[in-house]
Write a protein that binds this ligand. Sequence first.
Ligand SMILES: [Zn+2]
Length: 236
Amino acid sequence: MNYQDDIPLAKRVKSIKTITIKSFLRIGLLSIALGISLTYLATKSVLRQTKFLNNENNLIEETKDLSLLGHLPYPEASIDELILYSPGIYVHKDIYENLKEMQFRAAQKGISLQLLSGYRSINLQKDIFYENKSIRNQTAVERSMVSAPPGYSEHSTGYAIDVGDGDFPNTHFEVEFEQTPAFKWMKKFATKYHFVLSFPPNNKQGVTYEPWHWRFEGTVNALRKFEAANKITKFK
Ligand SMILES: [Zn+2]
């Protein structure tokens, strides 16, 4: 039923006109409101993004400030956190099972994944850093490219390990280790056991490539220790 049939033509025209003007006004107001809302949201998003980027930049700057010759400070693991893994080599007890499992799985593929070093006390790192420096006649800056200054080694946390290929001992602590079956296996499977390469080629920390040096990131505690290092890697 058409209800407008009961309204006289003149009135009908007027009412249509009024409706049209009202509609235009309503659409106009809605558009303005929508425009304001969108502008507000866009501005807010840009501000938020700027704030986020600023925060990240501050974090990177703070992280860089902490580092000494590219290396970051690490606390020494306490005695009760350590466990003897193999003759003369202690590691953080949190990595024990993963390390055992990783070596076992590699051995099943005929690979001799050898643990060369684990936990190092700050004192031992002191000996390594200064002893090698005098032997190789390098300056502290040159030495820091290949070894962390005492107090700045991932090894003092007990979460870092140096590995080698037992079948290719001449590649121990050498870049050539990357050509061994042990390294190739690690590259493929180490993350499964929560081990990551600390100093890949051209790393953002500026430390020389160390294919033998891996750190464990499989617990919240471990991850917290390497948070600063991961920030540099991700955002720099
Ligand atoms: Zn190492």
